[in-house]
Design a protein around this ligand. Structure first.
Ligand SMILES: [Zn+2]
Length: 265
C-alpha cells in the first residue's frame, strides 16, 4: 500500500483495538502476526482510547465466558449460552474465540480447565496490555483507577471484576474535548461515510455531527464516544504514522479522508 513516504512503510504506527486484542488474547498465527507488528513499530503508539475499546469489548467478552464457567452446570450449558448471542455478531465472535483459545490443542476438556485457561490468559492480557507500545493520547477520564485497577480478581467468588468507568465521569467526554475543534477534519470524516448504510457508520456519522455543533459537547455521552470508534484513529494518527488494524476496510475511508494510510499487521 502506498504511503506518504512514497511506498515505503512508515515505521511509526498507531495500534488499534483489533490488533491489541489479537496480540494479547488470541493464540497461534493471529497472535504472533499482531505481536510482530507491534514490535516492529518505532514506535508503536497505543492511544488510551484503544485500551478502552479493548477492555470494554474483547476483554470484557473473555471475562464474561470465564465468569459464566462458574455459573453453568456443565459444558453443554456453556456452549448453549455461547450460542445464545447469535444476534450480536461481534460478541459471538469473541465469545467463540475465548472457547477456542481455552480448548486449543486439547483432546478433552472440562469446565474447570476452560475457566483456568481463561483466567491465566485474561490476567496476562491485562498485565501486558501496553507492552511494546508507547502510551499516546492520554484520556483524562481514563487515568488512575480504571487503567490501573480496571480489572481485579475476586478470590471469594472466583470471578473477574471489570470496572467500566464512564468516559464522561468528570462531566465531559475527554475524547470529544480533544477533537471537537477540528471542524474541517470532522466534516471530511462525515463526508467519507455518510452514504455508508452500515448501522455502525450511521451512528459514527451522527456522533461526528454532534461534535460539529457548537452546543454538541454538552450532549456527548458515553454511547456517542463509543460510536466514534474508527474515526478516532484517523484523527489521532500523526502525519508521519500509519494506522495498523485487522479491520482495514472500515478504517480506510476515514483515514484516506484525512490523508492517512492504513495497513493490516
Ligand atoms: Zn468519551
Amino acid at each position: 500500500m502506498r504511503s506518504l513516504t512514497g511506498g515505503r512503510r512508515m515505521s511509526k504506527q498507531i495500534i488499534d483495538a483489533t490488533v491489541l486484542a489479537d496480540a494479547r488474547l488470541k493464540s497461534g498465527d493471529r497472535a504472533s502476526t499482531a505481536n510482530a507488528a507491534i514490535e516492529a513499530g518505532t514506535p508503536s503508539l497505543l492511544p488510551d482510547y484503544a485500551v478502552k475499546e479493548f477492555k470494554n469489548g474483547p476483554l470484557a467478552n473473555f471475562v464474561l465466558v470465564h465468569n459464566k464457567c462458574g455459573e453453568v452446570a456443565d459444558l453443554g450449558e456453556l456452549i448453549a449460552w455461547c450460542g445464545s448471542h447469535f444476534r450480536q455478531p461481534h460478541r459471538t465472535g469473541t465469545i467463540l474465540e475465548a472457547l477456542r483459545v481455552a480448548t486449543a490443542g486439547k483432546q478433552s476438556t472440562s469446565l474447570t480447565r476452560i475457566k483456568y485457561e481463561l483466567r491465566i490468559r485474561i490476567a496476562r492480557a491485562w498485565k501486558r496490555r501496553r507492552s511494546g507500545t508507547q502510551r499516546f493520547s492520554e484520556l483524562a477520564c481514563y487515568r488512575g483507577e480504571d487503567l490501573n485497577n480496571g480489572l481485579t480478581y475476586d478470590d471469594g467468588a472466583n470471578t473477574f471484576v471489570l470496572r467500566r468507568r464512564k468516559c464522561d465521569a468528570e462531566g465531559e467526554c475527554s475524547m470529544a474535548v480533544q477533537i471537537a475543534d477540528r471542524a474541517e477534519e470532522l466534516q471530511a470524516l462525515v463526508r467519507a461515510i455518510e452514504s455508508d448504510p452500515k448501522p455502525e457508520s450511521k451512528k459514527r456519522c451522527s456522533a461526528l455531527r454532534i461534535l460539529l455543533d457548537p452546543e454538541g459537547l454538552a450532549d456527548f455521552d458515553e454511547r456517542r464516544c463509543r460510536a466514534l470508534g474508527d474515526a478516532v484513529y484517523a484523527l489521532l494518527c500523526p502525519v508521519d504514522a500509519e494506522i495498523v488494524t485487522t479491520n482495514v476496510r472500515d478504517h480506510e475511508p476515514l483515514a484516506t479522508a484525512l490523508g492517512r494510510t492504513v495497513r493490516a499487521p
